[in-house]
Design a protein around this ligand. Structure first.
Ligand code: AMP
Ligand code: GLY
Length: 421
């Protein structure tokens, strides 16, 4: 099979790496890719949101399957455009992607079919929002509506903090994304990322992970795209997986099919495990980053047929096998991330980390020049360790991190603490 993976992050490196292990893959392309991906695939300089360019490339290269990584490509209608030309795509239509890109659609859908999620109200008037906060009291969550890259959320412990977050939204800290504010009930519990493969009709539980969203140790500092993850999430027992599938995933898949916007691809449920059971914080229409870097090394089955069957239909009769090993990934980010940071700083010894038993380094924001590997983004590497338990996985991941020489990088030193407790 000739496969095209779209995207350039650590998630896409893990996708390419996993597909490359399939005996069915004859040629793998990635658009636009990064320095690490270039070792496993042919990188082509087409941007992930250049729908026309990607469709033309897939036609010209007779691509059998396009695997779409980022949400922006999905929201731009890449899956729709590919299917219109008779090309096979793994990833939902733009309409189905609204489960991620439109909080309003997601919340209304959950309310209509009774999927458990946090109670919420939307405001575009500062005074009314402030009154609501005072009425509800703290803790309370203030979110800039729209896509603010996970940075527009404040979980306020006091009313004053919530009002300050409200001011930041209305004073334009998040650009247009803050013109409308969502005020949400604060859910308490452990957070889990749960993934299911969906073919429009049927959902197959894929795997689970736990992310570390804050920039610094002890869950301090600003929210980021994710600073590390481990898989599987210990709270996701077989019984809990069935609860999530029957109360959350299957009702959503069924409702979306009935609405005429069937969901195909990866349904990623961001869950809070509350005392009243799992509740949805958000849905994403794609694989997680860095969750995918901690999940795919655990997959024993060939990944490629799973993607094909999800794209074509037929998951009902499909199953996957997983290793018993645990995985843990540590993100190395540019100093300053998620704020301003420098690009073009030199990274050395990635090959030494890769040479350690059980360690795989996935690249995110990297470029290779004639002589050097350079940083080219905020999150730059994801160093994954695989082990017989979380302790061993973590030792290996951090041994990998220590082997890498990058003066301008930083990382959290407490990834997986919760799993080890
Ligand atoms: P989001 O961008 O909606 O995923 O939110 C970012 C993070 O804020 C989540 O991963 C949670 O840690 C936290 N968060 C969001 N909504 C809630 C909520 N209703 N209750 C508690 N924490 C939340
Ligand atoms: N790590 C969270 C996400 O991919 O959205």
């Amino acid at each position: 099979m000739r496969v095209l993976v779209v995207g350039s992050g650590g998630r896409e490196h893990a996708l390419v790496w996993s597909i490359a292990a399939s005996p069915l893959a004859t040629e793998i392309y990635c658009a636009p890719g990064n320095a690490g991906i270039a070792e496993d695939a042919i990188c082509v300089p087409i941007q992930a949101t250049d729908v026309e360019g990607l469709v033309a490339f897939a036609q010209k290269e007779r691509i059998d399957l396009v695997v779409i990584g980022p949400e922006a490509s999905l929201a731009a209608g890449l899956a729709d455009a590919l299917e219109k030309e008779g090309l096979l795509a793994f990833g939902p239509s733009a309409k189905a992607t609204e489960i991620e890109s439109s909080k309003g659609y997601m919340k209304d859908l959950c309310a209509r079919i009774g999927v458990p999620t946090a109670a919420y109200k939307r405001f575009n008037d500062r005074e009314k929002a402030a009154a609501y906060i005072r009425e509800e009291g703290a803790p309370i969550v203030v979110k800039a509506d729209g896509l603010a890259a996970g940075k527009g959320v404040v979980v306020a412990q006091t009313v004053e903090e919530a009002l300050k977050a409200l001011d930041a939204c209305f004073d334009g800290s998040f650009g247009d994304a803050g013109a409308e504010v969502v005020i949400e009930e604060c859910l308490e519990g452990e957070e889990v990322s749960f993934f299911a493969l969906v073919d429009g009709d049927h959902a197959l539980p894929f795997s689970s992970a736990q992310d570390h969203k804050r920039a610094f140790d002890g869950d301090k500092g600003p929210n980021t795209g994710g600073m590390g993850a481990y898989s599987p999430a210990p709270v996701m027992t077989e019984e809990m997986t069935e609860t999530v599938m029957s109360t959350i995933v299957r009702p959503i898949v069924e409702a979306m099919k009935e609405e005429g916007r069937p969901f195909k691809g990866t349904l990623f449920a961001g869950l809070m495990m509350t005392v009243d059971g799992p509740k949805v914080i958000e849905f994403n229409a794609r694989f997680g980053d860095p969750e995918t870097q901690a999940i795919l090394p655990r997959l024993r089955s060939d990944f490629l047929p799973a993607l094909v069957v999800a794209a074509e239909g037929g998951l009902k009769h499909f199953d996957l096998r997983w290793k018993t090993e645990s995985c843990l990934t540590v993100v190395m980010a540019a100093k300053g991330y998620p704020g301003a940071y420098q690009k073009g700083t030199v990274i050395r010894n990635v090959e030494s980390a890769n040479a350690i038993r059980g360690v795989t380094v996935f690249h995110a924001g990297t470029v290779q020049t004639d002589n050097d590997l350079l940083s080219a983004g905020g999150r730059v590497l994801a160093v994954t360790g695989e082990g017989s338990d979380f302790l061993e996985a973590r030792e290996r991941a951090y041994a990998g991190v220590e082997a890498i020489d990058w003066e301008d990088g930083f990382w959290r030193s407490d990834i997986g603490d919760r799993a080890l407790k």
